[in-house]
Design a protein around this ligand. Structure first.
Ligand SMILES: [Cu+2]
Length: 261
């Protein structure tokens, strides 16, 4: 027959192991459920692929660092905890040169690698094509947006309570020139994984090549005043034929003075 103390410590250990196993299963299930659709949906432009990939790279790198750091902390706490047989302080020391070199060099290498990947992604997102099928001049103003197609003689202007909708052809490269006429705004289309400041006196230039047909919500991403929340808009991505039809229909709408360059 086993002594009572041994039976009770075995029961405690079994309970502890069961709790740890349940916690691990719960954490695993949460991670799998959270990542089933991908931690970040793909953007709807060709340029957004690079942003998406970068976000994933940073997410998984951060998670890897967290696992190593918290794992080491947990291991130290368990491995070097005080035991009943310990009567004196453990050996005290102030430095470990090899360890210090390792935990200085590894983060430097990681930051360097992430910088190189970020730089390549940024160049992809910022790349301006030599020829664009469509040009859109985007102007932010309190409290809406104006979209002018200078080559096509078309413009769409929103107003307070009437969010504008502008249209782009799918799989075609559009040049957007973004500015503002009053205060700083921020031109943001979350589904395109893209946001760019609209600054008075400055033109921010970039290309979009939408690759998914649909209607996507945009908004001002920077608090610009009392009616900032009114600065929503929509971008509708359509086939080339539908785009041509939309342009023909819009030409009947009178343009604001100075809209065409
Ligand atoms: Cu704004």
């Amino acid at each position: 027959m086993l002594p009572c103390t041994s039976v009770s410590s075995n029961v405690k250990r079994t309970n502890f192991e069961r709790q740890v196993r349940s916690l691990a299963v719960a954490l695993g299930a949460t991670l799998v459920a959270g990542c089933a659709g991908g931690p970040l949906p793909l953007g709807a432009t060709a340029q957004s692929t690079a942003s998406h990939d970068m976000w994933l790279l940073f997410f998984w790198s951060g998670l890897g660092v967290a696992v190593v750091v918290y794992g080491l902390i947990g291991w130290c706490v368990l491995r070097y905890r005080k035991r009943p047989a310990d009567v004196a302080f453990p050996k005290q020391f102030r430095r470990n040169n090899r360890m210090e070199i390792v935990y200085t060099v590894i983060p430097l290498l990681m930051v360097g690698a992430l910088f190189l990947f970020s730089n390549a992604a940024e160049r992809h997102v910022e790349a301006i094509a030599e020829r664009q099928q469509v040009i859109v001049d985007v102007t932010g103003f309190r409290w809406s947006w104006r979209f002018v197609y200078p080559q096509l003689g078309v413009q769409v202007t929103g107003s307070h309570g009437r969010p504008p909708e502008f249209v782009l052809p799918v799989d075609a490269t559009t040049r957007l020139n973004v500015t503002s006429v009053d205060v700083d705004h921020s031109f943001w289309v979350p589904a395109f994984l893209f946001k760019r400041d609209a600054v008075p006196g400055l033109e921010n230039v970039f290309d979009w090549t939408p690759n998914r047909i649909g209607t996507f919500r945009g908004e001002c991403g920077e608090f610009c005043g009392l009616d900032h929340a009114q600065m929503a808009f929509q971008v509708r991505v359509v086939s080339a034929a539908d785009f041509a039809r939309w342009v023909r229909a819009q030409r009947g709408v009178p343009l604001a003075p100075g809209a065409i360059r």
